[in-house]
Design a protein. Structure first.
Length: 191
């Protein structure tokens, strides 16, 4: 009878040799195929360059494109500078850029003053792989698109509070999410 306190070996029909790599042929002997032909990654075979995937297209959307989406775009451009990610921002409507948002981003050395104001209606929304919503609901994305919704402090929804401190809080809320998104895209070979 089996004592419940002791481990009992499980029946196994496989031998350890099945899990070990196949022996390499001796130098000078051919096994009929080159090592490159046996690669599980055909795009890395000798004489072929890796196929370049299309860049990930990332869009940040906020209600007016006055502060949040330009800030997110600026942070993403700074964070993803060496990655194959195209970053853009847009608003449901286009408003003038909030000078407080420009000042908050300038505190960390990011210039968002030269951004081009863009309405969501001017873009081909289906061309973006990832759409990050900052206070916008129901964008009508396609099945192939990833939709993310990030709740961040919005100075327009916090009347009476200092806009600079609200925008600093928004910047501090956006930065780690943008870095994490970049890490996920890099780890999954998307960027």
């Amino acid at each position: 009878m089996h004592n419940p306190g002791t481990a009992r070996p499980l029946p196994c029909r496989a031998s350890a040799a099945e899990f070990l790599p196949a022996p390499r042929p001796e130098p000078g002997r051919s096994r009929g195929l080159s090592g490159d032909d046996l690669s599980p990654y055909p795009h890395l075979r000798a004489g072929r360059k890796p196929r370049k995937a299309k860049p990930v297209r990332l869009l940040f959307v906020c209600p007016t494109q006055a502060a949040l989406s330009p800030m997110a775009e600026g942070l993403a451009r700074a964070a993803y500078g060496r990655l194959d990610i195209v970053v853009a921002s847009a608003g449901l409507t286009v408003g003038p850029l909030d000078p407080a948002a420009v000042a908050v981003m300038a505190e960390i050395g990011i210039d968002i003053q030269r951004r081009q104001a863009t309405s969501i209606g001017e873009l081909q929304l289906e061309a973006y792989d990832i759409v990050v919503s900052l206070g916008v609901d129901r964008l009508g994305l396609g099945r192939h698109q990833m939709a993310l919704t990030w709740a961040v402090p919005d100075p327009e929804k916090a009347p009476g509070l200092d806009p600079m401190s609200v925008l600093r809080n928004a910047r501090h809320a956006l930065a780690p999410r943008i870095w994490a998104l970049g890490a996920v895209l890099t780890a999954t070979d998307r960027a």
